[in-house]
Design a protein around this ligand. Structure first.
Ligand SMILES: Cc1cc2nc3c(=O)[nH]c(=O)nc-3n(C[C@H](O)[C@H](O)[C@H](O)COP(=O)(O)O)c2cc1C
Ligand code: SF4
Ligand code: SF4
Ligand code: SF4
Ligand code: FES
Length: 609
């Protein structure tokens, strides 16, 4: 094996590839050759490193210098200055928003510093297409231990003691699920991996599958031994082609190495794993629907019991776990339950991966100990709200999650504490919203999604989500009635209590939490005809406060309709007859001036009277 002076870890995750990472890599290959460094410096293409908002990125190891937002033109400078002369290039490093100094080392950047990597421990550190890279970082040691040293009962005991709860949304204890299934007597059992990841904005599972596919296989092999399964399927949505490619490569490599297939590591245990492509229906993430879909039928949930541990795929005992859940398993087996419990809270042990997105400076994927305050996640790791705007809420748990207001920002991120707010940890989507978001509109957005994705099998969900959506549309378009708020609350509770599956049972959460914490916004829409964030067009009028306007002209430049006039350094004005209420001016006006104001929808009509 060749030794290199330095390794350049180039992110080739979906986000970086979309930002030209592969062309930057080609330029790097050429430049290293030009400078005669190709035998001294190795380029490793990795999966998503997590800091996607700064794509494309790379780190130079072993020292850990981090470069971001790279362009092809930057490459000769990095090679000449850093790799030849040993002078890292400051201008391509990370800089704190509004700070003057750069942060050279990846682990000193706040985004990375407060994270603890377990499920994502290999992200950015290995070539996911090379099994040797994986093996060099403890890969398949958990499998070896589980298959050669432990009985199924011992594996299950470690998993139960660890307290690991399923990361796919419901947070059900993983060891307990395995125990139920292990006790059922059957000639055939199945082990399934849920890589459907239907939540909009979420990409935790995709990243694990792309950056570290072998860890998923390992988790399934260990679970397979625990329950006595001989066949496994990974259900991945077809929109994840890179994840599918890398998983298939990993399966092929593991089989060739005797780590998957017949008589793994001569242990007497055999497991075959296949990938199954889902076509992207949200409801197919629900476990019973997923199994139907795998059987080649229409993916629709069925009542439970019987639970899949007893009657699952093709009516055989089956365990289904999420990608991130499996990614935790090998390290738990290697290091033990106590090690896992060192992080987190007593009831929510370990770490959780979150996809941080929305109105936040550092968008990307993070892994943090359970119990960390939301404020730390949003302001320290996430770098706070973009453009100096004001935090309004964070939507946690995807379309069936809830919105958490500023007053609850110190809530610890664990299953119990988040549930107490009305939101859910869910699979880990975290969408941060600032003061330009309208919470009624946010509820409408999520209801549009759930109403659209309802499979239609049971009336409360099929009809109820549609009726609630229609009410929300009415409110955002100025036809709301005061009684609508109570109607929405009543309907929410009915739908939660009578729907067949988790989709209907959680769909009202965005409505319930926005009414709980932002009822004044509903009232303002209905009673005053005023959407104070300017999102609902019928209920907004844009105007400029001449006292506050600095005449900087940013709004004028942003306006697509030429509705704004004004001289430099003089107060500007909006012609409401031309204005189409696109909000571009409102977003463009610097928060420190705050000169662009929003009045009620009928404000102009009133002022004419
Ligand atoms: C509508 C709906 C969609 C779901 N989508 C997913 C999904 O995309 N990925 C996932 O892992 N779990 C999803 N779940 C949860 C799964 O049904 C199941 O509980 C989970 O995969 C079990 O794995 P875990 O115990 O490791 O979390 C969904 C549940 C519902 C009700
Ligand atoms: S709750 Fe909704 S998604 Fe679930 S089975 Fe009923 S109609 Fe289908
Ligand atoms: S809301 Fe849009 S159209 Fe209206 S003034 Fe502002 S930028 Fe122009
Ligand atoms: S962006 Fe704001 S401060 Fe600048 S001209 Fe427009 S309203 Fe005035
Ligand atoms: S894809 Fe490169 S950092 Fe996420």
């Amino acid at each position: 094996m060749q030794n290199y002076r330095a390794n350049i870890m180039m992110c080739a995750g979906t986000g970086c590839v979309a930002c030209n990472a592969l062309k930057v890599k080609d330029a790097l290959v050429d430049e290293l050759k030009k400078q005669g460094l190709e035998n001294e410096i190795q380029i490793v293409l990795t999966g998503c490193n997590g800091f996607c908002s700064n794509a494309p990125i790379m780190s130079v190891q072993p020292e850990g210098i981090f470069y971001q937002k790279l362009k092809i033109e930057d490459i000769p400078l990095i090679v000449e200055e850093h790799l030849l002369k040993g002078r890292p290039v400051e201008k391509l490093m990370y800089r704190e928003p509004e700070a003057k100094t750069s942060v050279p080392l990846m682990n000193d950047i706040p985004f990375f510093k407060l994270q603890v990597l377990r499920a994502l421990r290999n992200k950015g550190m290995i070539d996911p297409e090379n099994i040797e890279d994986y093996i060099s970082r403890d890969g398949y040691q958990g499998t070896a231990k589980a298959l050669l040293e432990l009985t199924p009962e011992e594996i299950i005991k470690i998993m139960k003691d660890s307290g690991l709860r399923g990361r796919g949304g419901a947070g059900f204890p993983t060891g307990l699920k395995w125990e139920f299934c292990s006790k059922v007597i059957s000639d055939t059992k199945y082990i399934l991996c849920n890589g459907d990841e239907g939540d909009p904005g979420a990409f935790m599972d995709r990243s694990v599958m792309e950056a570290d596919p072998h860890v998923v296989l390992e988790g399934m092999i260990i679970a397979g031994k625990a329950i006595g399964a001989t066949k496994g399927y990974i259900y991945v949505r077809a929109e994840y082609p890179l994840a599918v490619k890398r998983l298939q490569l990993a399966i092929d490599q593991a089989k060739e190495a005797g780590l998957l297939g017949d008589n793994i590591l001569n242990s007497g245990f055999s497991l075959d794993i296949e990938i199954y492509l889902g076509s992207g229906a949200f409801v197919c993430g629900e476990e019973t629907a997923l199994m139907r879909s795998l059987e080649g039928k229409r993916g629709m949930p069925r009542p439970r019991p019987p639970f899949p541990a007893f009657k699952g795929l093709w009516d055989k005992p089956t365990v289904l776990n999420n990608v991130e859940t499996y990614a935790n398993v090998p390290q738990i087996i290697i290091n033990g339950a106590d090690w896992f419990k060192q992080l987190g809270t007593p009831k929510s042990t370990g770490t959780k991966v979150f996809a941080l997105t929305g109105a936040i400076n550092n968008i990307g994927l993070i892994e943090v100990p359970m119990g960390i305050p939301l404020r730390t996640v949003i302001f320290d790791i996430g770098g706070g709200i973009k453009k100096g705007r004001k935090y309004k809420a964070v939507q946690l748990g995807g379309p069936s999650g809830g919105c958490i207001p500023e007053s609850l920002l110190d809530t610890p991120v664990d299953y119990e504490s988040i549930n107490a707010t009305g939101a859910i940890v869910g699979s880990g989507g975290m969408v941060v919203m600032d003061d330009t978001n309208c919470m009624v509109n946010v509820a409408k957005f999520f209801l549009e999604f759930t109403a659209d994705e309802s499979c239609g099998k049971c009336p409360p969900c099929r009809i109820g989500t549609k009726v609630m959506l229609d009410k929300l549309i009415d409110i955002t378009e100025g036809r709301g009635k005061e009684s609508d708020i109570d109607l929405l609350l009543d309907l929410s509770h009915d739908i939660i209590n009578t729907s067949l599956c988790g989709l209907g049972q959680t769909a009202p959460n965005p409505i319930l939490t926005t009414i709980k914490y932002f009822k004044h916004e509903y009232e303002s829409h209905i009673i005053d005809g005023w959407c104070k964030s300017g999102v609902c067009k019928e209920l907004s009028t844009f105007y400029i406060d001449p006292e506050l306007c600095k005449g900087c002209g940013l709004c004028l430049k942003a306006c697509p309709k030429g509705a704004i006039t004004g001289e430099k350094k003089q107060p500007h004005k909006i012609d409401n007859d031309l204005c189409i209420k696109c909000r571009s001016c409102y977003i463009a006006c610097p928060a420190k001036f705050g000169a662009l104001k929003i009045g009620p929808g009928n404000m102009f009509a009133q002022s004419k009277k």
